[in-house]
Each structure stands twice: as structure tokens, then as C-alpha cells.
Design a protein around this ligand. Sequence first.
Ligand code: ADP
Ligand code: ZN
Length: 215
Amino acid sequence: MGPPGAGKGTQAERLVKKFGLKHLSSGDIFRAEKASDSELGAALARYMDAGELVPDDVVVEMMAKAITEVDGGLMLDGFPRTVAQAEALDKQLVEADRPLDAVVVMTADDDIIVKRIAGRRACPICGRGYHVTFMPPKREGYCDDCDGAELTQRSDDCEATVRQRLEAYRAQTEAVIGYYRSCDSLSIVDVDGNLDAEVVSVEVIEALASFEAQA
Ligand code: ADP
Ligand code: ZN
């Protein structure tokens, strides 16, 4: 959990490798639907490009389906983003006997968020994330892994939309963190997302490994 630009996607990529999980990013799932030119994709685009949250019923249905399709351990990224989504997720996970183990909470300052998001790029083929200054590819503008794939910028990564996304985060998503803090059985990892991505990964991996050892 954390505001846009806190580094959730970057850390998620690292954690799935380390712990052998499957990465489920609601934003990636919605962007894939958007790119397919379906009616649903067009509906999602209206919310996403305005920096607003997609309505809960749509989100819950799409994410429930995606979660069901994966057998092993999951790393959820970008979902749940409202208390109603968190409650629906709980219900699904209880019924499937797949409890949540831990929640990673990342913070970051607004000026850092805006700088990070403005320089953010991604590979359209493999999804790998980059930053023009903080995490540049070997050859400017191209993915390190996918021969010749040109990096792209998200349509909602302009400053006005970022500010709107931050507002949605404060108004609707921050409460989900409180919701999880009140669950006794959950391990919460708090990490300072202003720090370098490398430092953040070490801290998160150490904390999660210690929970795993206790369990
Ligand atoms: P970021 O974390 O950088 O803001 P995401 O890729 O997670 O970006 O999400 C991009 C957009 O997709 C959000 O601004 C929102 O419109 C939509 N979205 C993603 N996940 C959810 C969700 N769980 N609930 C509602 N809308 C969502
Ligand atoms: Zn790539």
C-alpha cells in the first residue's frame, strides 16, 4: 500500500522474484483491458485518465477473477484501494482459505512523488519499469531485456493527473491502511519509500523473511 510513485511496482517486481510469487497489479490489469479497445476498457480509461478510482463493483469483479486464476502465492499491488474493496477481498480470501500474510506500507513525500512519476517509463512488452534519471535503461529509451522495445510513458503520468491521484489516495485509500492495522493476525511492514529503491528492498525483504521464519 502507498501513494502513486511510492515505489510499489518496483518493490513488487523484486519481491515476486525473491519469494516466488505471482505479481497481480490492478493498474496493469486495467491498462491491458484499456489497450484491448473493449467497451469495458473505454469505461476504465475515463476514470484512469482523470486520475479517479474505478468504481468498486468493477474493480472487485475483475480482481476476484484474476485472483481465482492464480494458484500459488500472490503479491497484490494497487488493490484494494478502498475499504469496500478490502472487505470484498477478505470475504473472497476467507472462502478460498487463502489468508493475507502481510501488508507492506510505503510512504513518500509529494515532491518526490511528482519527480518520480514525471520520469517514469515502462516497457510495453515485459512491463519492466524504469526512470529516466533514477533507474535508467542501458540504452536511453529502450528496454534492457526486450530487444529493441521502445519504452513508453503512461497517459495518466502528467502532473495534473498525478495530483488528482494523490487526492484520491488520501480521500479513499489511506483508510485501508487503518483497516489492516486493526487486524491482529496481519504482519505490517512500514517502510520509508523516500529512500533509494535498493535500501527499501533490503528492508522489506528482511522484514518479510523474519515473519516467514516465525510462521
Ligand atoms: P499508481 O499506483 O501509480 O497510481 P496504478 O497503476 O496502480 O497506479 O493505477 C492506475 C489507475 O488505475 C488508478 O489511478 C485508478 O484509476 C485505477 N485503479 C487501479 N487500481 C484500482 C483500484 N484498486 N480501485 C480503483 N481504481 C484502481
Ligand atoms: Zn521489456
